[in-house]
Design a protein around this ligand. Structure first.
Ligand SMILES: *Cc1c(COP(=O)(O)O)cnc(C)c1O
Length: 451
């Protein structure tokens, strides 16, 4: 399924309650007064006396739907996906695949095990290199190392996703895959990444853990690369506390993923769906999702678009409300309409201005956010020092693995960009008055940044 691309006009029309007024940033809620108010950090009255807080999205939408699905599993007395009749995990897989527009979806225990499974499906192993953004979650790096392959980092750009112009400089004859990570609700520049991958015959693994429901040029993220993964841990768009998924249009990759996640085997109804299986079994794992998790996710999937629409609407109100601030530079995006809207980031120019922004926002009771949820991986001590569970781990035992140097000095551009970026986290249930407070706080502190 491909999502029809909305025109900019239709998109703005969906911003909602504020309607036409929000098109004119000067009349945005909270705009007029805030520009002349004294910031709280300078002794003015704070925008809020009790700080605004965002909460994990999914659980705010738990209701009778998830409750009923869960009770079905309890009543069935078969919380294991392959032994009952009507598996919730299977139903979730089918609904999820249909929703994002891929042929196959496999539910697993986490985003991390989904990445490990995706690497195994692509037959990534010792001697192979995989290109990752220098800023993403540990799991991208760990999945590559656990396969015995060598992670190679590329810088990010102002979209906070992997910089396409830096990928090509990292490609060697051993490179097998690229992992664009759609971070903090933003989408990576998939057209450019896919073009580079095709040119060099590389596979693309989309990490959508921070962007479930995000779209790029009318397609859901995860449906563009060779294989995609998601996470349903508490901090993601929809959640069962823990959980993950692997998605692909490729039947062979799917069969290998299926076997890797389930002790090498293939079971009904997938045996039939995959022509009885074309591959032999191999050494594998158990990353099977249980039925309770599948039940909650089946319910949560029905809320995915509601959550995304609320995030996008709220983010649009904030963006429109600050759009006229002098010199304001919102985060670069590869597709503004596909962006999830879970964070609104501003490029504040320097780390000093960003840090002032965070301190001043905290004083207003509307906490600002630095880019979060990921790590500057090359600078992390366990990665900088290539620590593994065995000293002769294949990743770092080849000439390339011995020679590679990580550390903060390997990704200066990434560190510089992250250091000057600040913004606010968006909650799908923020009220109009919460959004007004956010706009007012940003406008109040904005001029203070250069004072
Ligand atoms: C959360 C996350 C993961 C891992 O997911 P888990 O379910 O926590 O294992 C992978 N990649 C990114 C970008 C993430 O944010």
């Amino acid at each position: 399924m491909t999502v029809p691309t909305t025109s900019r006009r239709e998109f703005l029309a969906t911003i909602g309650a504020l309607g036409a007024a929000s098109l004119n940033a000067r009349t945005a809620p909270g705009a007029e007064a805030a520009d002349s108010e004294k910031p709280a950090i300078d002794g003015g009255a704070p925008v809020r006396s009790s700080p605004l807080r965002s909460r994990p999205y999914g659980p705010q939408f738990y209701d009778e739907v998830e409750r009923k699905e869960l009770l079905d599993v309890l009543d069935s007395k078969y919380p294991f996906r392959w032994w009952g009749g009507d598996s919730k995990v299977l139903q979730f897989e089918r609904a999820y695949a249909a929703h994002i527009g891929v042929k196959h979806a496999l539910a697993v225990t986490s985003g991390t095990t989904a990445l490990f499974t995706a690497m195994a499906a692509l037959e990534i192993g010792p001697g192979d290199e995989v290109i990752l953004p220098a800023w993403t979650w540990y799991a991208d790096y760990d999945a590559v190392v656990l396969c015995g392959a060598l992670p190679v980092f590329a810088e990010i750009d102002e979209s906070l996703a992997i910089a396409p112009d830096d990928i090509e400089t990292r490609i060697t004859p051993r490179t097998k895959a690229i992992v664009p990570s759609h971070l903090q609700g933003g989408v990576a520049d998939m057209d450019r990444i896919m073009a580079i991958a095709r040119k060099h015959n590389l596979r693309v693994v989309e990490d959508c853990a921070q962007c479930a429901g995000g779209r790029y040029k009318g397609k859901y993220v995860g449906a563009i690369g060779d294989i995609g993964i998601n996470s349903f841990q508490l901090s993601k768009t929809i959640t069962s506390g823990e959980g993950g998924a692997v998605v692909t249009n490729d039947a062979t990759l799917f069969e290998r993923a299926m076997r890797f996640h389930d002790v090498g085997s293939l079971r009904a109804p997938y045996t039939q769906q995959l022509n009885n299986g074309l591959l032999a079994a191999f050494a594998a794992c158990n990353f099977r999702m249980n039925e309770f998790t599948g039940a909650v996710l089946k319910g949560q999937l029905q809320k995915l678009e509601t959550i995304c629409a609320a995030l996008r609407k709220n983010a649009a109100v904030i963006r429109e409300g600050i759009a006229d601030l002098p010199g304001v530079k919102l985060r670069k995006t590869a597709d503004p309409e596909g962006d999830l809207g879970s964070v609104v980031f501003i490029d504040l120019g320097t780390r000093k201005r960003r840090d002032r922004f965070l301190r001043a926002m905290a004083a207003e009771g509307v906490p600002g956010a630095a880019p979060g949820g990921s790590i500057v991986l090359p600078a992390d001590p366990r990665i900088a020092n290539k620590v593994t569970i065995h000293p002769e781990w294949p990743s770092f035992n080849t000439p390339q693995g011995k020679a590679i140097r990580y550390g903060a000095e390997s990704c200066p551009r990434t560190i510089e960009i992250l250091g000057r970026t600040g913004g606010v986290v968006v909650d799908p249930k923020y009220s109009e008055s919460d959004l007004k407070d956010i706009v007012r706080a940003i406008r109040k502190v904005y001029r203070y940044l250069d004072s």
